[in-house]
Design a protein. Structure first.
Length: 339
């Protein structure tokens, strides 16, 4: 049967919800469903939420479903399909999610963490399509990254690789929750942006659009408020965003010197806030890299936003085809060699 007549179910499991959709071989999400996720009960209760979301898709009419892909909370083992001990889903400890779903639906099941799955979706259908080696970063509340080499997610020896959010760029910096000082997540995530803005407001007696957005309560300032105030020309928000540009640029220059990917893709809310500064970030990366050709690597926005988890889960089940040489979005001729 042609892949055009087949579909995959993509599932995005979070701490508060399970989102799912029927996804085509072109990465189009045909149906969507959303179910509350209960994490404070037992493993079976959490699994029931996933089952409910999937069942509602099957109830929508006859479809040829070839597999189920799950974007699941880590740590997990993508080889065995076992969710190990995710802090946001405490009901699952060494839970064989893939096996349980495969037994229930008699279908192949693949699982991976959110950033890895989203990276594969971007490589297959999104901003990374046609590139051989892809680096993806979701910069939101935290920072997650995924690496796709030759169409395959790079997992490392045990499946724990690509924790790019916990690459330190300041050994004297604030302590990250992972235990290291100066990780990019503690410096440039949405959480970090809001914290830095609150600190600046607390140390100054100055008018700021941020205070108005927070109704005078500094402690309620969020990264979204910083983005809105920045768009309105607020000076405090401008300082925060400038500092964010500087640390993200330095971090990405390290990624270029380490991996030299064919493309770097930025997703998440903070990436959207910084979209107008992409040219500046590219310039800073080029000046910071030892790689003299760093400027040839496109820096682009992700295709998938809120649907990244559903698309990512589905992408785990579709094969990335070999593609011919192409011209990048930056207009630079690239050559893709397939083994």
């Amino acid at each position: 049967m042609s892949e055009s007549n087949e579909f995959v179910i993509g599932v995005d499991v979070g701490g508060t919800k399970v989102a799912a959709g029927v996804v085509t071989s072109a990465g189009e999400i045909r149906n969507r469903t959303r179910t509350p996720m209960t994490t404070s009960a037992d493993a079976a209760t959490g699994f029931a939420a996933v089952k409910s979301a999937i069942d509602s898709l099957f109830a929508g009419g006859p479809k040829t479903i070839r597999a189920i892909g799950v974007c699941a909370p880590g740590p997990l083992d993508p080889i065995t399909g076992v969710v190990i001990n995710p802090p946001n889903v405490p009901c699952w400890r060494d839970f064989p999610l893939a096996d349980e779903l495969a037994k229930l639906y008699s279908l192949p099941v693949k699982i991976d963490n959110d950033a890895n799955a989203a990276a594969r979706a971007e490589a297959l259908w999104g901003a990374g399509r046609g590139y051989r080696n892809v680096f993806y970063a979701c910069i939101g509340t935290g920072i997650g990254t995924g690496i796709v080499f030759d169409g395959r997610i790079y997992h490392g020896r045990t499946g724990a690789a690509a924790e790019g959010g916990h690459v330190s760029i300041d050994y004297r910096g604030p302590l990250c929750k992972c235990g290291k000082p100066g990780c990019i997540e503690i410096l440039a995530s949405g959480t970090a942006i809001a914290k830095r803005a609150r600190a600046k407001l607390s140390s100054r007696k100055t008018e700021s659009a941020l205070l108005k957005l927070a109704h005078g309560n500094i402690e309620t300032v969020t990264s979204e408020m910083v983005g809105q105030a920045y768009a309105d020309g607020d000076s405090v928000a401008g300082e925060v965003m400038q500092e964010t540009v500087e640390v993200i640029s330095l971090w990405l220059s390290n990624i270029v010197d380490l991996l030299e990917p064919d493309v770097m893709i930025l997703g998440g809310g903070v990436a959207e806030m910084l979209s107008s500064r992409c040219d500046e970030i590219r310039g800073r990366i080029q000046r910071s890299c030892i790689n003299s050709r760093a400027g040839e690597i496109p820096l682009v926005q992700a295709r998938y936003g809120a649907d990244a988890g559903v698309a990512g889960g589905a992408a785990l089940c579709w094969r990335i085809p070999a593609e011919p040489p192409f011209t990048s979005k930056a207009g630079i001729a690239q050559s893709v060699r397939r083994e």
